[in-house]
Design a protein around this ligand. Structure first.
Ligand SMILES: C[S@@+](CC[C@H](N)C(=O)[O-])C[C@H]1O[C@@H](n2cnc3c(N)ncnc32)[C@H](O)[C@@H]1O
Length: 321
C-alpha cells in the first residue's frame, strides 16, 4: 500500500538563503513564515545541536505539515499567529527571553502564499481549480474573500484591484464582480474568474508570456483579504530590532509591490534617504548594512526548474553594532 506523501513546497532561493544566513555555533534562528518547513529543514541541517529554531505561521494546516515533517527535531518550536503581531505575543517574548536573550543570528521571511495554499482548491486561492471564495491564509480568522467583497463599494473594490493587482481595467472588473454578487453568482473561484473574463475575455490558447486575465484580480483580492502589505514595513523594522549585532535578516518577496516595501524599509534602516530632494531633512540612523544592494534573483537553473520562482527577490540586511 502506498503511503500518502505530504505536499511539498519547493523552497525558493534556498542556496542563496543558506549562503547569506551564516550560522554560528548555538545559532538562534527565527523563521517568520515557516510554511511547510522547506527552508527550515535546510537551515536546521546546517545548525549544530545547541541551536534553536523558532518557526511562525498563521496557517494551521501549514503548521501541522511542518510539524509532521520536522516535529521530531527538539531544536524546533512552532508558534501560531502572524509576524505582524508576533512582537507583542507573550509566548514569543517568553521564548526570546529564555532561548535567545542576546537576539537572533538569523531571521527569515519568505513572504506570500505557499504552493500548498495555492494548490488546495478548498482554500479558494486559485482561479484554476473551483473552490469556495475564501483566500484566507488563516481560515480561523478574518473575512473570507466573498465576505470581504460583499463589504466593498464599486470604488473601494476598484481601488484594491488597481493598487494590489496593478490592473488597469480595475473599474469595469469591480463593477462586474459586484454585479455577479448581486445576481447570486459569486460563490466560487470560477465565479470570480468569470466576472473578470466578462471584462477581459480569456484567449482560448494561452499565448507565451501572457498570464490569465484573472491573475491580477486574484492577487489583489488575496492581498487585501490577508492584509499582506498593511504592516509589512513595521514588521521588518521590528524584526531588525530582534537581531543581535552581526545577525542577518533575509526577506524573499514575490511581486513588485512587496519588494518595493522591503527595499524601501531596508534602505531606510541602512540610513539611505530616498525621499524628495537630495538630502534628508534629518539624518537617518544606520541600523543595518545592506548585503546585496540590488537584491538577488533566482539563477537561470532555478527559474527553469521552478518557474513560479522567477518573480522572487531576496534582500539581506545585517544588523550593525
Ligand atoms: C512562501 S510560504 C513559506 C514557505 C517556507 N519557507 C518553506 O520553505 O516551506 C509563506 C508562508 O507564510 C505564511 N504567512 C504569510 N503571511 C504571514 C503572516 N503575516 N504571518 C505569519 N505567517 C504568514 C503563509 O501561511 C505561508 O505558509
Amino acid at each position: 500500500m502506498m503511503t500518502a506523501q505530504p505536499p511539498v513546497h519547493v523552497p525558493v532561493l534556498l542556496q542563496e538563503v543558506l549562503d547569506n544566513l551564516v550560522l554560528p555555533p548555538a545559532a538562534r534562528i527565527l523563521d517568520l513564515t515557516l510554511g511547510l518547513g522547506g527552508h527550515a529543514e535546510a537551515l536546521l541541517a546546517r545548525a549544530d545541536g545547541q541551536s534553536r529554531y523558532l518557526g511562525v505561521d498563521r496557517d494551521p494546516e501549514a503548521r501541522d505539515l511542518a510539524r509532521q515533517r520536522l516535529g521530531a527535531d527538539a531544536r524546533l518550536t512552532i508558534l501560531p499567529g502572524t509576524y505582524e503581531d508576533l512582537w507583542e505575543n507573550a509566548s514569543f517574548l517568553a521564548w526570546r527571553t529564555a532561548e535567545a536573550p542576546g537576539g537572533f543570528d538569523a531571521i527569515l521571511a519568505d513572504l506570500g502564499v505557499s504552493t500548498l495554499q495555492l494548490r488546495s482548491p478548498g482554500r479558494g486561492f486559485s482561479f484554476r481549480d473551483e473552490g469556495p471564495l475564501d483566500m484566507r491564509m488563516d481560515p480561523e480568522h478574518g473575512l473570507s474573500a466573498r465576505a470581504w467583497i460583499a463589504e466593498q463599494t464599486d470604488e473601494s473594490l476598484a481601488d484594491a484591484i488597481y493598487h494590489y493587482g496593478e490592473e488597469r481595467a480595475s473599474r469595469p472588473i469591480a463593477r462586474a464582480i459586484l454585479r455577479a454578487l448581486q445576481d447570486g453568482r459569486l460563490e466560487t473561484t470560477h465565479d470570480l474568474a468569470q466576472a473578470v473574463y466578462r471584462v477581459i475575455p480569456r484567449e482560448p490558447a494561452k499565448r507565451k508570456g501572457h498570464s490569465d486575465p484573472a491573475t491580477r484580480t486574484f492577487q489583489a483580492i488575496r492581498i487585501a483579504v490577508n492584509g499582506e502589505l498593511d504592516r509589512l514595513a513595521a514588521a521588518l523594522e521590528a524584526a531588525v530590532g530582534h537581531l543581535r549585532p552581526g545577525g542577518r535578516l533575509a526577506v524573499i518577496s514575490f511581486h513588485s509591490l512587496e519588494d518595493r516595501i522591503v527595499k524601501q524599509t531596508l534602505r531606510r534602516l541602512a540610513g539611505i534617504y530616498d525621499g524628495p530632494g537630495r538630502t534628508a531633512p534629518v539624518e537617518l540612523p544606520r541600523i543595518v548594512k545592506l548585503i546585496h544592494a540590488g537584491g538577488l534573483a533566482p539563477s537561470d537553473a532555478e527559474a527553469a526548474a521552478n518557474p513560479p520562482s522567477r518573480s522572487a527577490r531576496l534582500r539581506v540586511a545585517e544588523r550593525l553594532a
